[in-house]
Write a protein that binds this ligand. Sequence first.
Ligand code: ZN
Ligand code: MN
Length: 483
Amino acid sequence: MDYEPVIGLEVHAQIHTASKMFCSCPVVEDTGDLEPNTYVCPVCTAMPGTLPVINRRAVEMTLMTGLALNCKIPPVSRFARKSYFYPDLPKGYQISQLALPFGVNGYLEIETGAGPRRIGINNVHLEEDTGKLYHVGSVSLVDFNRAGVPLIEIVSEPDMRSVEEVHAYATKLRAILVYLGVNPGDMEKGVMRFEASVSVRPVGSDALNPRHEIKNLNSFRALTRATAYEIAHQIEVLENGSHVLQQTMGWDEERGMTYVQRSKEYAEDYRYFPEPDLPPLEVGREWVEQLRAQLPELPETKRARFVADYGLSDYDAEVLVADKGVANYYEAAVAAAANKADSKTVANWVTGALFRLMKETGKGIGAVLVSPQALVELIGLVKDDTINLNIGKEVLEEMFASGLDARQIIEERGLAQISDTAALEKIVAQVLEENPEQVSKYLGGKAQIIGWLMGQVMKATQGKANPQVVRELLQVQLAARRG
Ligand code: ZN
Ligand code: MN
């Protein structure tokens, strides 16, 4: 039998406001070396008698996220208590939302191999983050620096049908959150966390079968691996004539498999009820329209503009806008270029040579030492034949490593291109003299030998010869030998 997976995603994203969700403690970036329990107060450590106060900016960021995800914004919203006991949750409940979230019924459009697809967004709501537990030998320690940091939760409909769609959805959602300024998107710092609900069913069925909810997936890699594992595992269970139970799963990164944490809890288990310490919030239409007007240019719109304004292919535009920092870098480079027609060349350098160096070194665009202006200068030196393309890529590598500019490197290393015809003529003649066998093969009709001969000339000039001039000289001298 053929099966299809049914996948929904819950995404938690910290909102990097100046202060926490319900108190005035600062939201501090988790660099891993913060002194524990230094950014805390009686409110976020749940001292008796303290009361929460709503962070207006966090609400605005949530509403803007809802708008960016095409959600309806209900006129009244309300916080709710979600009760559960865990030592990283000092109140014994989390202030969250259930019946009246800030955004409902939206969608996110993703690109797939088979064209665009809409993934439904059930709701966007606002809650508070928990503290962090550290397990040291037989004791556990708790750090409340993170407790009370505003947390946005985006709940999709179970609309994804493959691991590829899950990846496309998560990537696009991350980009939108970064564009909105919700947080910087650093997965390794835990500012975004995924939970995937996975079930499978026979193709053609529209049943929603009991699902496995995989918790705490903190990277794209964990998300896609865990989802792929669950799909294969559940198909195997069904094929063996057994059935899948509704369960909450953990993900074992090392063993590459999921494991049962507990039988799934249902909303009833959390004893949700309206938060008595906070009033319902009226979300005025004027406020919503003001926020809509403040929405920045989002990846989708930017992509269309890059295609229209810079003549880029859909693919190049998509790759450039996927990271807001890269998109800004690219636009700064195009602005620095003398000629707007260079925008495509600039895109090729960024998505080609520069991306390769970033990938090899694991550096994000923010850590790249080559400024957009310096890149454009290098491109100009290739364009005006000061250096050839291959040397240009070498120079970029050195600029990337040292931060020096192209002219300095070319001068110090004597890389300027040899276009001097007289000098090259001699070298070409010598190469032909030294390789009579290849020359006669060429003259005998093996035209592609010219590539090998070019290679010899480039070698003799340490790669610095102007390849067009070399090709022309070879053609002339070989023709002469033909007689
Ligand atoms: Zn506090
Ligand atoms: Mn949550």
